[in-house]
Unconditional design. Structure first.
Length: 497
């Protein structure tokens, strides 16, 4: 086949391919109004094929694919990336190193290879693309693996974007189009051989597809739902243990807030946009961000990560029970456990804006379902009264013990008694989920015993202090008396002389 016939064939095949591509480049959902780059005209295609020169003579398949890519549409030619001279007919001349030919770059060289253009502000300006991707990649988990550790199993540009077939991320056919991102990531993250090296599970994609987010994207074609890059980032993906990672424990709430605090977006899904703010004001948010308790739960602790689903009525207690094991155990023995329609923990404690648990819950929560004066409401009040009285006893015991510290006596036994009382308080809190008044009454009795032990011990100390004071006074008086007698005898001796 002559060069003329070959180039003509390429142009005809490309005209058909680009026309089909243009037809495919339609918004994936009614909500998406973003347009993509128009397919090149036949004239533009002819000009580019001519520009490709001898490259197109030998690499017909690659050329056909490349001409339909975003680079081909933008007029980028083979030698712009690979070097060489497309005007030379002889292979040795067109692919001569002396003419800058670099051929296929090694995997570790690909990021810098792409950055020759994509880090150049002048070159990227017409396309409006950012120029910091290479910088972000170098600091990312993938980048450090490839560029620092020499681990070329980790992802480079071509793994996500493709090679000669790179398309705009706005193009529904692109690997990086939102609808295709999960499958693109799964090409590596679903590969057991690749992921075993890093001890990373390979079921994230499967879990995501069963999640609220996954079903919204795959079944409802709703591209406003979260895909991998929304949580993990793109070029700047970091290890979850890295404090800079979007999915680091301390950053999860902020990451989820990017969508879940968006009122317009949440309204579309009939969800409240208050969840992130409520969490920050709740006991868990305060524990993590104000008290520095890194064991405090965040969004993914309760909802899951890749398989994110809102806990249903049947499993709310099970979700909370993963941390609050004793409370779950006692709750399962309560009458609430069998009440139809009762939503478990959140019925009394709430969900995101969980208040610091206290005895007031037995009034504020019970009244929602049980009218004032009803047996159940009265039982709640009695439990609260017993608990409050017990807590008051322990507080009083602590104050009396503290007042005794200045007397200089060992308080070990009294401290142990108070410690036992406080431990009883810790143990009774989950037990109160049984709603058994006897639990609160037992705690009240225990606290009274603790108060009496401490009070008795303090009174003994006070008695000993007073006894010591009296004894000291007697000794002092005796000493003064002895001095006085000595003085009188001395005076008599002086007179007798």
């Amino acid at each position: 086949m002559t060069p003329l016939v070959r180039n003509t064939t390429l142009m005809l095949s490309l005209a058909l391919a680009t026309a089909a591509g243009a037809a495919a480049q339609t918004p994936a959902t009614p909500a998406s109004t973003t347009t993509v780059s128009a397919a090149p005209t036949a004239v533009a295609t002819a000009e580019l094929v001519t520009k490709l020169g001898s490259c197109a003579e030998c690499h017909e398949k690659e050329t056909s694919t490349f001409l339909g890519s975003i680079h081909g549409m933008k007029g980028v030619a083979c030698h712009d990336c690979h070097g060489g001279d497309p005007n030379e007919i002889v292979q040795e001349d067109s692919m001569s190193p002396s003419k800058g030919y670099v051929g296929r770059p090694g995997r570790a060289d690909i990021p810098a290879f792409c950055a020759k253009c994509h880090a150049d502000k002048k070159k990227m300006a017409p396309s409006g693309l950012p120029t910091n991707q290479y910088e972000q990649y170098r600091a990312s988990f993938h980048g450090k693996k490839v560029l620092v550790e020499g681990d070329t199993t980790a992802a480079v540009c071509t793994d996500c974007h493709g090679t000669h077939d790179v398309l705009s991320s706005k193009d529904p056919r692109a690997r990086t189009h939102r609808a295709n991102v999960p499958a693109t990531c799964d090409r590596c993250h679903g590969d057991d051989l690749k992921m075993n090296v890093y001890a990373i599970p390979t079921d994230q994609h499967k879990k995501w597809k069963t999640s609220f987010h996954g079903k919204a994207v795959t079944e409802k074609k709703d591209l406003t739902a979260a895909v991998c890059i929304d949580c993990h980032g793109k070029h700047d993906i970091a290890n979850p243990e890295d404090p800079h990672s979007r999915v680091h424990h301390a950053n999860v709430v902020k990451t989820c807030s990017r969508c879940h605090a968006d009122e317009a977006l949440m309204e579309r899904h009939n969800l409240s946009a208050r969840a992130p703010a409520d969490y920050l004001e709740g006991v868990h948010g305060i524990a993590l961000f104000k008290k520095g308790n890194t064991a405090a739960p965040v969004c993914v602790t309760c909802h899951g990560s890749h398989g994110a689903l809102p806990p249903g009525v049947k499993n709310v207690a099970m979700v909370c029970g993963r941390c609050h094991t004793r409370s779950e155990e006692f709750y399962n023995r309560s009458m609430h456990r069998t009440v139809k329609g009762f939503r478990g923990c959140i019925e009394c404690h709430g969900n995101h804006r969980i208040a610091q648990p206290g005895s007031t819950l037995f009034v504020s929560s019970c009244i929602r379902c049980h009218p004032d004066g009803s047996p159940a409401n009265q039982a709640g009040k009695e439990i609260r009264e017993s608990f409050d009285k017990a807590s008051e006893n322990l507080d009083l015991a602590a104050r009396e013990l503290e007042a005794a510290r200045g007397y200089g006596f060992a308080l070990t036994k009294l401290e142990e008694a108070l410690k036992e009382g406080n431990q009883a308080k810790i143990e009774v809190v989950p037990a109160l989920h049984t709603l058994d008044k006897r639990e609160a009454e037992h705690f009240r009795t225990k606290s009274q015993e603790t108060l009496e032990r401490v009070r008795h011990g303090v009174q003994e100390i006070i008695f000993r202090v007073r006894l010591r004071s009296v004894s000291l006074g007697v000794v002092l008086l005796a000493f003064l008396g002895a001095i006085l007698l000595f003085r009188l005898r001395l005076e008599r001796l002086e007179r007798s002389e």
